[in-house]
Design a protein around this ligand. Sequence first.
Ligand SMILES: NC(=O)c1ccc[n+]([C@@H]2O[C@H](COP(=O)([O-])OP(=O)(O)OC[C@H]3O[C@@H](n4cnc5c(N)ncnc54)[C@H](O)[C@@H]3O)[C@@H](O)[C@H]2O)c1
Length: 338
Amino acid sequence: MNHILQIGLIGAGRIARVHARTIAYRVASAELAAVADPVPAAAQALAETYRIGRIAPDYQSILADPAIDAVLICTPTDTHADLIVAAAAAGKHIFCEKPVALSLAQTDAAVSAAECAGVTLQIGFNRRFDANFARVRRAVADGEIGTVEIVHIISRDPAPPPIAYVGPSGGIFLDMTIHDWDMARFLTGSEITEVYVQGGVMVDPAIGAAGDIDTHVTLLRFASGAIGSIDNSRRAVYGYDQRAEVFGSKGVIQTQNNYPNSAVISTRESVRRDLPLNFFMDRYVEAFAAEIESFAAAVATGQPVAVTGHDARAALVVALAAKRSYAEGRPVAISEIC
Ligand SMILES: NC(=O)c1ccc[n+]([C@@H]2O[C@H](COP(=O)([O-])OP(=O)(O)OC[C@H]3O[C@@H](n4cnc5c(N)ncnc54)[C@H](O)[C@@H]3O)[C@@H](O)[C@H]2O)c1
């Protein structure tokens, strides 16, 4: 029988719960052997609900456990880089939630620590594993729509996060749009070379008071010559809005949202259906399972991971360029940042 990857879960918050449920019910190649969180009740709740082997007093205890092959870092963003460095020093393979860090220096230190230690490092850009976006990528890679000319990514959350989350997360460009910078690179297979942000606070003044914005449209230019846009809002009243369109010389490919059912109600007044799946924990159930399966396979085979530290760095560079574009009200070349 193949070895089942033994994972230590670091953090027991919102995304940790998603991974714990996914690994317990949908992933055959990995198991959660331990969980650590400074809030004992959070660790206990996950351990009991999802049959996690043991509750560790802290992450150091997970790193010291020879029975654990890998860690799954689900802590706040500003802790990721140090945890990657510590896990690499302990010889553990690492799956880390996005983004790796809020600065390029910390990202580089973390990525090179994993490389020097020779451990596997995969980043949690889960949307690459979504069937809709994977199909768009395949259409582009196989030339089904010809040369890519225009890309549109719509990515709107149903509601903003708690205000306390906003600051430490790095704000909309580093926390939320980070998925979309990665998606733009992934779908086109080309690097972003310039960004120009138009945005503002349209949802909640408290987000503005925390130093962030909640709505933006960003124009993109790619090394391939293509152009594109990313449209983000922290509040889509109809649910999680996650769509993409890639237009090329031979045609166009578009994706729609995912729904809890396919029923359509037609009456004398209207034709209507239920709202899309509400947020990432529902919409990306299969993608979260596929990314952990892919990580376990990379560890088992020694093959490269699907989402690398380089991908994390590339998305962060674009995020920092977007921050500057918004602050200075002008297009910013990526070469100004790195
Ligand atoms: N891929 C996705 O779609 C996705 C979705 C949500 C969050 N995230 C990312 O996941 C990370 C966590 O976000 P969240 O929403 O789950 O936050 P959260 O605040 O709900 O949970 C974080 C947990 O980490 C714990 N923690 C803090 N320091 C720790 C340490 N040293 N050791 C162990 N546990 C520690 C906290 O007590 C808390 O329970 C962020 O980096 C975020 O960007 C990714």
